[in-house]
Design a protein around this ligand. Structure first.
Ligand SMILES: Cc1cc2nc3c(=O)[nH]c(=O)nc-3n(C[C@H](O)[C@H](O)[C@H](O)COP(=O)(O)OP(=O)(O)OC[C@H]3O[C@@H](n4cnc5c(N)ncnc54)[C@H](O)[C@@H]3O)c2cc1C
Length: 541
């Protein structure tokens, strides 16, 4: 017998948790939240630095990978995604950034009514519980707890001083209207614990009798009757089940799996669906296109003082002390996010707003999530914020458990390549400033042999990787846009009762980290699903 609900939300990630929790605030509304992964009981989820353990642990994460990337030396790049309650917000680097106001104004310019910065700002604020309280930019009493003061250190202070010496000002709040400059990161943690979307939204909602949460439940198909979505088929504990949605199905399975689920349901480019033997229910060319991500390259500097996390990791007593400090006081080195200091800056003076971002962290490893180097060192990475390159996501076959075929197409344009090279040069310029002199010895990577632009580009191609921000694969746009998948109310074009709400709807990836924007998308989606008038636009100018 099928189970009956008003709404079914597929995927309990950053957006899905917000959508399900907001919809179920109204007691008569019956909501089912389907999540492929388990409950978020793994203790490392809740320790901020735990991302280092969970990111590639199959118990909490699913390791997708790209096809060989032609412009990145033919390497496959690993793309972990959270597969657990909270989704990627349970394994991410805890950085709280919204991108630039111009990102949302651009979405609005593309025809997405209601998505200008002034219109989305109230949703960022509704989501946020900023530890310093509400102001023109921040929300004070929302569920997503944001710390203004993450873990700090003299090394990170020295980086910020060096950036100032290189002519880049400190910015009081990079989430404000003009975020150009350097600063400490704001982070999604509270009392020394991670604040995932599950912690923020599901924990308070779990007791509601009208919210059912099914874990270990992989949606395999959206059930359509004619042009209307009426439910979801899913696999749980080896059983095939179905649930019916009297009102709507909301797909929040993330930028990889939302387009995958649409295509498995026969919604996507018809020629591709035929190729993999799936009957075409609705030919929608844009599904799985427009894939965007932030590519990052890293420089590693040796540090002459034993003050980095590499030093802590190499010493049993220091490790024990750090662990004890977290257990007793919920502070210390284990509260570190995956970037402590940041910088948003332009690689070319003619640009209106910054086009690169740095993540600076007092440790180093051969690769993200790998063992820390056995010597004292720190990392400065650069990513390009508005890549021109576009990738694609396609089905490998008709099996819902298969990994899709991902082509990020990194570094496909001259601007993308040049921006990364200029970004690496800015890292070096800052590293050479006097403020960092006492903290920096040899440049370990790229190293002194890498000097010319061509050599730097070769390094970027050979070593760069993702900063984990895939988006855009179910892009939002008006009906006049033939490649738009959802309309500005996030309804799938041409169908009824079906929306997508997650990072996949971003028409262009935001100029910063993607968790907070995705949670904002979930907040705004909930109001639109419930037919509520939008929150009044605010001006933070
Ligand atoms: C390692 C890592 C570090 C990151 N660091 C940061 C950071 O520091 N700051 C930041 O802002 N952003 C960061 N990000 C990015 C950010 O976390 C993501 O952009 C954001 O969480 C995406 O949210 P989402 O709702 O689109 O998808 P997700 O949060 O990935 O959620 C999708 C959920 O749907 C589930 N699902 C998928 N398919 C199905 C299906 N068929 N049936 C049922 N369930 C399904 C998945 O298991 C998952 O739980 C990071 C990401 C990663 C992976």
């Amino acid at each position: 017998v099928p189970e009956d609900y008003d709404y079914i939300v597929v995927g309990a990630g950053s957006a899905g948790c917000a959508v399900a929790a907001r919809l179920s605030e109204d007691p008569p509304i019956r909501v089912l939240l389907l999540e492929a992964g388990p409950e978020d009981r793994n203790p490392w989820i809740h320790v901020p630095i735990g991302y280092y353990r969970t990111m590639f642990d199959p118990a909490t994460s699913r390791a997708f990978e790209t096809e060989p990337e032609p412009e990145a030396d033919g390497r496959r790049i690993l793309w972990p995604r959270g597969r657990v309650l909270g989704g990627s917000s349970s394994i991410n680097g805890l950085i709280y950034a919204r991108g630039q106001p111009e990102d949302y104004d651009h979405w609005r310019q593309l025809g997405n009514v209601g998505w200008s910065f002034d219109e989305v700002l109230p949703y960022f604020k509704r989501a946020e519980g900023y530890e310093r309280g509400a102001d023109a930019i921040h929300g004070g009493d929302g569920p997503l707890k944001v710390a203004a003061n993450g873990w700090r250190s003299e090394l990170m202070d020295a980086f910020l001083d060096a950036a100032e010496q290189a002519g880049i000002p400190r910015v009081p709040d990079y989430n404000g209207r003009d975020g150009a400059g350097c600063s400490y990161f704001q982070t999604t943690q509270h009392g020394g614990r991670r604040c995932s979307a599950a912690a923020a939204y599901l924990r308070p909602a779990r007791g509601r009798p009208n919210l059912a949460i099914a874990t270990g439940a992989l949606a395999s198909r959206i059930l359509l009757e004619g042009r209307r979505a009426v439910g979801v088929a899913y696999r749980q504990g080896g059983q095939e089940r179905t649930a019916r949605a009297a009102r709507e199905v909301i797909v929040s399975a993330g930028a990889i799996q939302s387009p995958q689920l649409l295509m498995l349901s026969g919604i996507g480019p018809a020629d591709h669906l035929r190729e993999v033997g799936i009957g075409v229910a609705h030919d929608l060319r844009g599904v799985g296109g427009n894939l965007q991500d932030h590519y990052q390259a890293r420089a590693v500097y040796r540090c002459p003082r034993p003050i980095t996390h590499n030093d802590i990791a190499a010493s049993l007593p220091r490790r024990a002390l750090a662990g004890l400090r977290w257990l007793l006081f919920r502070d210390g080195p284990l509260t570190i996010s995956a970037g402590v200091a940041t910088l948003f800056w332009r690689t070319r003076p003619e640009l209106a707003t910054p086009d690169i971002q740095f993540h600076v962290i007092p440790f180093s490893a051969a690769k993200a999530g790998g063992s820390l180097h056995p010597f004292s060192a720190f990392t400065i990475s650069v990513c390009q914020l508005r890549p021109e390159s576009r990738g694609t996501l396609r089905l490998r076959d008709a099996d819902p458990a298969s990994d899709p075929v991902i082509r990020a197409n990194y570094l496909a344009t001259e601007t993308d390549r040049r921006t990364m090279v200029e970004g690496m040069k800015l890292i070096r310029r800052i590293a050479e400033q006097p403020a960092l002199a006492p903290y920096r010895s040899a440049e370990e990577h790229p190293g002194p042999a890498c000097r010319t632009d061509a050599e730097i580009l070769a390094y970027v191609r050979a070593t760069g990787s993702t900063i984990f921000h895939p988006s855009g694969t179910c892009r939002m746009g008006p009906a006049s846009d033939p490649l738009a998948v959802v309309d500005p109310a996030l309804r799938v074009h041409g169908l009824d009762g079906l929306r997508v709400a997650d990072a996949s709807i971003m028409p262009t990836v935001v100029s910063g980290n993607t968790n907070a924007p995705t949670i904002m998308i979930g907040e705004k989606a909930a109001d639109m699903i419930l037919g509520r008038p939008p929150l009044a636009a605010e001006s933070a100018r």
